[in-house]
Write a protein that binds this ligand. Sequence first.
Ligand code: PLP
Length: 484
Amino acid sequence: MKIHKPLCEAVFNYEKAKVYPLHTPGHKGGRGMDHSLLAALGKRAAAIDVSLMSELDDIHCPEGCLKEAQELAAQVYGSDSCFFAVNGTTGAIHAMLIGALKPGEKVLIPRNAHRAVAGALVLGGLAAVFLPPEYDEAFGINTQITPEAVEKALAADPYIKAVLVTSPNYYGLAADLKAIGEIAHSRGALLLVDEAHGAHLGFSAALPPSALQCGADACAQSTHKTLGALTQCSMLHVKGQRIDQKQIAAAMSLLTTTSPNYLLMASLDAARSQLAARGAAMAEAALAVAEKLRQSLRDIEGLKVLDSGILERSEVAGFDGTKVTVNVANIGITGIEAGEILRENGLAVELVDRNNVLFLLTYADDNEEIESIINKIKEIFHIIKKQNKPVLALSNNCQMPVAQQILSARQAFYADTEAIAFREAAGRICSEQISFYPPGIPVIIPGELLTEEIISYCQSMLALGLPVSGSQDGSLTKIQVVKQ
Ligand SMILES: Cc1ncc(COP(=O)(O)O)c(C=O)c1O
């Protein structure tokens, strides 16, 4: 069956028309492009790097092929409206929060939310009420927030206007969104979901239900993370009458370039068409290869593999089996070291932390190479295991010290600031955020108090070799703080 791809078709038709470009971009259909870049991209990709043609619609007021492509995506996901986002889920989260809330309004946020959420607090002047996520000691990872904790927080503060949940989290653990949504709605608050890791959910009963299926008012998804869109391409979905859909559209427009890259935009249309054609088969293929890898790793004594057993924890309502998390502490190496060894052997993983390595599998891994890749991973772990290194004590590096909020993120971001020695910054209010990437979860955000505990936590993460993101000084020698 031929699936209609309005945006792809419009872009390819424009290419076929062979119009001479007396317009941007400056490389003019590849004619002036650096040769090595042109060779890497290919002439066709360079020729369709176009924007702003009337045939290609207008992202700020879509009425043609883009409108149709977004409507088709909304249909596939079951939303009322879908917005294509070319600044990743970061941009979609910014628009979701800024469009749903007014400056000064309160939003309940799990403290392990992605740094994009902290960005939205600054941009939108929102007030955060943080909720600590639950923690699993066996893997040393954050799990989820509970409906009970949400209920308690909303009961304690009737001014909270929205609950933001990150679900599934990086490790594929989903929150009980249905229960959280019912609680939020019964108290007049919105349910907004950072579903960056869940663009593939909702297409198979073997995966956790999607945020929209659970009653979310809006969700932001990284189509590029687990589906076929090009990197930085995401979708923002909205559903229902509780949320002001016009205001979300206005926020998306406010935050989006006037020159969106149509290769990127068309890739969202293409990814949606794949889902429409065979979404269930794609989900099942990803789950099957991930299970194969999980099974192979279970065979190696000492490795602890995260699986659906985690559902015994009451706060974990669903497990996305396409994420394979392996705790390597018992074979005597850190997750970071395991990641390095795998990389030296030509394998790059999605995430490492002190205890774990995370392999991300998708429908695209259902290929001829995967069998030998799984064998190679198994062999590498066998070799490490045979070295009989002493077992490492599990580290609780995902259990971050709780920072105290003194100023709003926006107040601190715009305050007069100074750079001081990080080691001596205890007692000062931070004006920037510090995250380690991945997973990009801020240890501290603007407006929070630096403490000895936070400083030594960050230093221990640096010592592990995890890269800093967010702070102006990647070595964390200096930190920007609010002037006293
Ligand atoms: C939970 C979470 N939310 C949001 C994002 C941001 O997504 P993007 O990279 O598409 O901007 C990420 C990225 O890793 C993430 O892990």
